[in-house]
Design a protein around this ligand. Sequence first.
Ligand SMILES: [Zn+2]
Length: 486
Amino acid sequence: MRTKHGVLAVAAWGLLAADPRAGATAPPAYDLVIRGGRVMDPESGLDAVRDVAIAKGRIAAVSAEPLPGAPAIDAHGLVVAPGFIDLHAHGVDPANYALRAADGVTTSLELEVGTADVDGFYAEREGHTLVNFGASIGHIPVRMAVMGDSPRFLPAATARAATEAGTDAQVQEVARRIRAGLERGAPAVGMGIQYTGAASRFEVLDVFREAARAAASVHVHMRYNGTKEPLSSTTALEEVLAAATVTGAPLQVVHVHSTSVAFTARHLRLIGEAHARGLDVTTECYPYTAGMTDLSSGVFDEGWRDALGIDYGDLLWPATGERLTAETFARYRPQGGLVAIFSIPEDAVRAALAHPLVMVASDSVLRDGLGHPRSAGTNARVLGHYVREQRVLPLMEALRKLSLMPAQRLERRVPGFRNKGRIRVGADADLTLFDQERVIDRSTYAAPATPPDGIPYVLVAGVPVVDRGQVRRDVAPGRGVRAPLR
Ligand SMILES: [Zn+2]
């Protein structure tokens, strides 16, 4: 009933909106038609050849019969999927958004580190951004500001935000700024407890309380990584599961595999059991066996080799391509910089990708062309390597992890997400078209910005931002996605 009503309503509106210069004989009710693609919608399970028509930035019709109207995109041989929603992407400049668009992303969100200035973040990007965008109110940048550190992506291990517990007044101020960010429509709350290791368990609970009051999910990089007790990732997981349980805040554990390493399968079981008992907890991963973070951060505090079961030689310094030694580690650590950490077992990546509560999120950032191949290859690698070549998960399940699940994670707080991650009449025309026989990542640790193959079209609000495989620089259909202001 609802679908039928939607078709009629939107079709009528489309006709009214038609260009009168087209003449009485041609009824171009649509702005664009995607012809003959294999339409896959993870919400309804639709997997069939359909025409998809777009009007005014939304899907106006999905039809087994050919739809009239031009212009059209010939999608024969291509999968037509909901645009990919990346919940965890640190690069928030035009170059990073362009890389992500080439990898099929239509909504790019920085929900882990986030921002301390929600209004500023959105104002800076509105009207001139390629893809939809957003950022959480971030505990890390808020804590750095309150503790008097100078602004930086992540606090150095010696920064006040990382080393000082803070007075009661400072902790209250942190909570107040989190609340203020949520009142300004931040879609979620971000935390990276490992980077702010001096934050007490009670401060963490205060942040979760603020999130719970706003029905906002907490996207958290947990306090410890690795398997070494007593400061293990299991302890860290128990901390956030407890915080979600007692406060009621929805919980998103970020990059479960890079934090849990050899314990990934055990932790997925734990998360699954908590979920089965009614806790709103989900998690995410990227399809690589190396993580990346700042060498000067708390991740490399005393004991990191033991915790992660790796050595200096498992660190790759992208600036020069060298593997580190004790000596170069000591030399580079004070200045800091991005470093790749080969710490994630391949079976942890596979266990995560195959688990029903795990979404795909890139954790990407590229600076001056340096970084991790996940910045340009995450989604193509899931589709090409892990779905087609390795058969770790079915294609429809992968699409659910890339589009529908991230939308569902946020839609309670941000109603706009009910119209993303789906292909149905009335949904936003954010669409990714790819060739499942060809799609593959091409980015490497040596050349991390190389775009993937096999993703010829990406549409944001019906506007092609990737057209015949080329990222367009002359359009900016991206919109800020944020919760209703209170
Ligand atoms: Zn992280």
